[in-house]
Design a protein around this ligand. Structure first.
Ligand SMILES: *Cc1c(COP(=O)(O)O)cnc(C)c1O
Length: 431
């Protein structure tokens, strides 16, 4: 029996309609920006394996860090114990997050990082005597993960419609997504700000926290907004004393050109959630970083005021060592150059698409290392594109009719240029 047959007898894959899905591709090896299947076919990984990979597959610096840590200490309970990789990692990250964020809470994936922030915000208000603040505020189209709290603040992403009855209260703002030559952006932003002013006036004292993906909504369709707009939103929310959560699970670690998108917004949040790229895409690890003020609100002689939350693999030492190695790689000049070069290639590729596929594409946009656009092909099912890209050696995963490229920093300019030509070719063949 083939491996795919053995797989399909047992395994239930994520985000997959098992009835209609094609058999999974067996990947044998990853190297740099390439993946190789069991038939030796090469794919350029243009989605960084679901947005986690930074420096390429199998990077030797991270491999070595993992191996040497595994030999020393693979794991230890993190309540009542600590270890050097965790402490060192937080010391390093502290210099890359806003100076007001000084307290680090570990978990192991993006959803849990968000869940921790939502729970901390909720409990914070109880401790402050404002227990009526139970409602969260988010953006239309925001996505924050698949656990219950994360689903509640991502309701308008429509990934979780079957669960709506079970979710806690949240309210949503219009998200003024924008693109090149967008003539209506100012009106869209003003409408969103008016909606916010109205919500703050009507329900301001019920709101616990506002959560957003700064500058780029990932799963919602790589929708981008202007930093000035988000800064205004966050300032208005902070003026009402409401807590702010930045979910940088996808946007962190250079993805948008700066270490964190937070830098481009210019206003610090009360919570920063990071995961995906934290270990360079090698191991699951996440952090919720917060302020001294939030931390202090949980200090008490009574245990009941503690934050009663933790996961078995909290601050796993091997994952922390991978994150330290990835941190070191991100500091290198060559990484900064690679990030810049990807942006330049995207701009060139988008210009080419605009010129060659004019009527087929709209909403061309790019922030840092992410480029996206919508394809006008009413008569072609989105699944066609994914399949055709794979056939031609590109791992891409369109979100509906949105095609996006989010490559590992190891990708070469040549591979990116080739990818754009292949994509243009495939789009020209669609209707
Ligand atoms: C992927 C993602 C999450 C969820 O992370 P998981 O590790 O998949 O649980 C949360 N927020 C954002 C912005 C994401 O892109």
């Amino acid at each position: 029996m083939s491996l795919t047959q053995r797989d399909s007898q047992m395994i239930w894959h994520p985000f997959t309609q098992e009835k209609t899905a094609d058999l999974p591709i067996v990947i044998k090896e990853g190297k740099g920006s390439y993946l190789f299947d069991d038939k030796g076919k090469k794919y350029v990984d243009l989605i960084s394996s679901w947005w986690v990979n930074l420096h390429g597959h199998g990077h030797p610096v991270i491999c070595d860090a993992i191996y040497s840590q595994a030999k020393k200490l693979e794991h230890v309970i993190f309540a009542g114990f600590t270890h050097e990789p965790a402490v060192l990692l937080c010391e390093k990250l502290r210099t890359s997050v806003p100076s007001s964020l000084t307290k680090f809470f570990f978990s192991d994936n993006g959803s849990t990082a968000v869940e921790v922030a939502l729970k901390m915000a909720h409990q914070y208000w109880r401790h402050k005597g404002e227990a009526q603040r139970t409602v969260y505020l988010g953006f239309d189209g925001g996505y924050h993960g698949d656990t219950f709290g994360a689903m509640a603040v991502g309701k308008k992403s429509h990934f979780h419609d079957p669960f709506h009855k079970l979710l806690c209260d949240s309210i949503f703002l219009p998200f003024p997504s924008t693109w090149k030559n967008d003539e209506h952006i100012v009106q869209k932003e003003e409408r969103a700000l008016d909606a916010l002013a109205h919500i703050l006036q009507e329900k301001g004292n019920m709101l616990s926290a506002f959560i957003c993906e700064p500058l780029v909504q990932g799963a919602g369709g790589m929708r981008m907004c202007r930093p000035e707009f988000l800064a205004r939103v966050v300032r208005m929310i902070k003026d009402h004393g409401i807590l702010v959560i930045y979910d940088e699970v996808m946007t962190g670690f250079g993805r948008l050109g700066t270490y964190f998108a937070t830098e481009q917004v210019g206003v610090a949040p009360d919570f920063l959630c990071i995961a995906k790229g934290l270990t360079g895409g090698f191991l699951p690890l996440a952090l919720t970083v917060t302020t001294q003020d939030i931390y202090d609100a949980f200090l008490d002689d009574a245990w009941e005021k503690a934050f009663a939350h933790g996961h078995s693999y909290t601050a796993n030492p091997i994952a922390c060592s991978a994150a330290l190695a990835s941190y070191e790689l991100l500091q290198r000049q060559e990484t900064h150059t690679a990030i810049h070069n990807i942006h330049v290639s995207h701009e060139r590729g988008l210009r080419m698409l605009h010129e060659e596929c004019g009527h087929m594409v709209r909403g061309l946009r790019c922030t840092g290392t992410i480029a996206a656009w919508e394809v006008n092909a009413e008569h072609t099912p989105p699944a066609y594109f994914k399949k055709e890209f794979l056939r031609r050696g590109l791992l891409l995963r369109p979100l509906g009719n949105t095609i996006y490229i989010l490559p590992p920093y190891a990708v070469t300019t040549e591979d990116l240029d080739d990818a754009y030509s292949i994509i243009a070719d495939v789009m020209k063949g669609a209707r």
